[in-house]
Design a protein around this ligand. Structure first.
Ligand code: ATP
Ligand code: MG
Length: 359
């Protein structure tokens, strides 16, 4: 077990800088998820921690010791990849034992560790099978078993579940979380799946194009996104963004497309008339009587998801389209006008130029 320090880490491939100075102090036993869209640098950051890539500038420490110059094998980490190649000709037992054997560990110790890992992963009755005789999920567990037996200080995962079907992914997600609760080994987990991130992580590093856009708990990231990138990336369907201006009294906003003001019952920073962006999640709109509605959504189309209905529509000419999530029992029709409101506590405000959150 160990803490991991990432300090001002920059990575360039030739002239191309792909990590622009990321810092994060990861606590001993913490489960950190690196989340972001394809190409934003998640795997690169993980590979820098693993020592598979060299850091351009900055520092990474494991258990208080700077590891910049240490080979991967000397960093006391274990990594599970998306393509966890098992040795096809070896049994499950041998797949798990192999790494320990080549390190010259005593046979009794190897046996003890493999049997223990097999028990944790419920693989005991499969130990004599070969990989082709296992399901995808069982193979994935063998790959994790190979890491567990090493008793590393840190686990690194790079999209380990993306080759599995949706149902198995949910099951394995729970197993990884359970495993972490049992073993309490510091874990760093890369994914582009926000549900995986929200359910697994103690904290998330949300990455945008080589930057850490926000580092916070899943709840903070959902309830208090630091910028429009995080606001739009977390949550499904995405947060609605609406152009607005700071109101005269400085305690709310005017929404030109709606021709109405929205009082927020709190001082809004920025002078009156300053352009801002309102962020409202689809689930935070609620149907309202026309007299107290903030806006009437002209419904363009609806999607029934079983428990909920999504109404997609627009307000006024040239306004961006909006999505509202309603209980499936609420009647809503194409081309009808749906009056909705939102409570002030669910309204996010962002700076139009910089995209950053406004107090
Ligand atoms: N060895 C390399 N040489 C040059 N550029 C690289 C190298 N490895 C990665 N990159 C570039 O660095 C950027 C980040 O890549 P990375 O693999 O870290 O993204 P990712 O967030 O893991 O994406 P994905 O979700 O698709 O796996 C990309 O633009 C990629 O093209
Ligand atoms: Mg990747």
């Amino acid at each position: 077990m160990a803490d991991v320090g990432i300090r001002n880490v920059v990575k360039r491939f030739g002239k191309n800088e792909v990590i622009h100075g990321i810092s994060c102090d990861i606590q001993d036993g913490e489960f950190i998820v690196i989340l972001g869209p394809s190409g934003c640098g998640k795997s690169t950051l993980l590979r820098l921690i693993a020592g598979l890539e060299e850091i351009t500038t900055g520092e990474i420490s494991i258990d208080g010791k700077v590891v910049n110059r240490l080979e991967p094998a000397d960093r006391d980490i274990a990594m599970v990849f998306q393509n966890y190649a098992l040795y096809p000709h070896m049994t499950v037992y041998k797949n798990m034992a192999y790494g320990l054997k080549i390190r010259g560990m005593a046979k009794e110790e190897i046996e003890k560790r493999v049997l223990n890992a097999a028990k944790i992963l419920e693989l005991t009755s499969f130990l004599q099978r070969k990989p082709h005789q296992l399901s995808g999920g069982q193979r994935q567990r063998v790959a994790m078993g190979r890491c567990i037996v090493r008793e590393p200080k840190v686990f690194l995962f790079d999209e380990p579940l993306s080759n599995l079907d949706a149902k198995l992914r949910v099951q394995m997600r729970l197993e990884i979380r359970k495993l972490h609760e049992d073993l309490k080994i510091t874990s760093i987990y890369v994914t582009h799946d926000q549900v995986e991130a929200m359910t697994l992580g103690d904290r998330l590093i949300v990455m945008d194009n080589g930057y850490a856009a926000q580092i916070a708990t899943p709840l903070e990231v959902y309830e208090r996104p630091e910028n429009m990138f995080v606001a739009g990336f977390i949550g499904s369907p995405s947060m609605n963004f609406i152009r607005a201006k700071v109101a005269e009294d400085g305690r709310g906003v005017e929404i030109p497309h709606v021709g109405k003001g929205l009082s927020l019952d709190r001082p809004v920073s920025g002078r009156a008339g300053h352009e801002v962006v309102l962020g409202i999640r689809p689930e935070h709109f609620e149907p309202a009587p026309e007299t107290s509605a903030l806006m009437g959504l002209i419904v363009d189309h609806t999607e029934n998801l079983g428990a909920d209905t999504l109404a997609h529509g627009h307000v006024g000419e040239g306004a961006a389209s909006l999505t509202v999530r309603l209980p499936a029992t609420h009647p809503v029709q194409k081309n009808a006008i749906l009056p909705v409101r939102v409570s002030a506590k669910h309204v996010h405000l962002f700076d139009k130029e910089r995209g950053s959150r406004i107090a």
